[in-house]
Design a protein around this ligand. Structure first.
Ligand SMILES: Cc1cn([C@H]2C[C@H](O)[C@@H](COP(=O)(O)OP(=O)(O)O[C@H]3O[C@@H](C)C(=O)[C@@H](O)[C@H]3O)O2)c(=O)[nH]c1=O
Length: 182
């Protein structure tokens, strides 16, 4: 398992060790001791799984109470996964980071509490799995506008194509109106 820092403090790209053989492959995707040895003392309370078709964008989501850390990965297809720093005292407040996560590259992203998170599906469909450090708390859920120009996430969308969004995400808050996190 390798833990690769990103330009946003606390956000890590994680690549599991994959053991391939004639049957297929095996990999550990979460191991409390291995993560603790790497400095991640995590306690997960919920696992989620969503499936989405090509061109669907879910995001950019966070909760102002019960703020969640998320360990995210893809088991079928590929996505462009993105985070935005919402930590009020962070030197990188408002900056984004994105990476392709796919069933082929086995990569995971550790998104600590304090970030808005979302993804765009690049394949015919994608299965997206994630572990959360806190509960779902819809009353404090925020959708930050995926296309806020002051954040400027470079989504790998075909020229002139718009993503498909939920009703909630099509009314995402502009960055300057979106609540900051601790
Ligand atoms: C997130 C979530 C949703 N739901 C329900 C509520 C709703 O009826 C249905 C779909 O919810 P949503 O539209 O919010 O699902 P979705 O847009 O997939 O929301 C997720 O997006 C990604 C990007 C994240 O980072 C997640 O934390 C989460 O916010 O599932 C739960 O029961 N538990 C949960 O933890």
């Amino acid at each position: 398992m390798t833990f690769e820092p990103t330009p946003l403090a606390g956000v890590y790209l994680i690549t599991p060790k994959v053991f391939g053989d004639e049957r297929g492959f095996f990999m550990e995707t979460w191991n409390r001791r291995v993560f603790a040895d790497a400095g991640f003392d995590l306690d997960f309370v919920q696992d989620n799984h969503s499936r989405s078709a090509r061109g669907i964008l879910r995001g950019m989501h966070y909760q102002t109470e019960h703020t969640q850390g998320k360990l995210v990965r893809v088991t079928a297809g590929s996505v462009f996964d993105a985070v935005v720093d919402m930590r009020r005292d962070s030197p990188t407040l408002g900056q984004w980071f994105g990476a392709e996560l796919s069933a082929e590259n086995h990569r995971m992203l550790w998104v600590p509490p304090g970030f808005a998170h979302g993804f765009l599906v690049l394949s015919e469909y994608a299965d997206f799995l994630y572990k959360c450090t806190d509960i779902y708390h819809p009353a404090s859920e925020v959708s930050l506008a995926w296309d806020d120009p002051s954040v400027g996430i470079e989504w790998p969308l075909p020229a002139g194509e718009a993503p498909q969004l939920s009703a909630k995400d099509s009314e995402g808050l502009p960055f300057d109106q979106a609540p900051r996190l601790a």
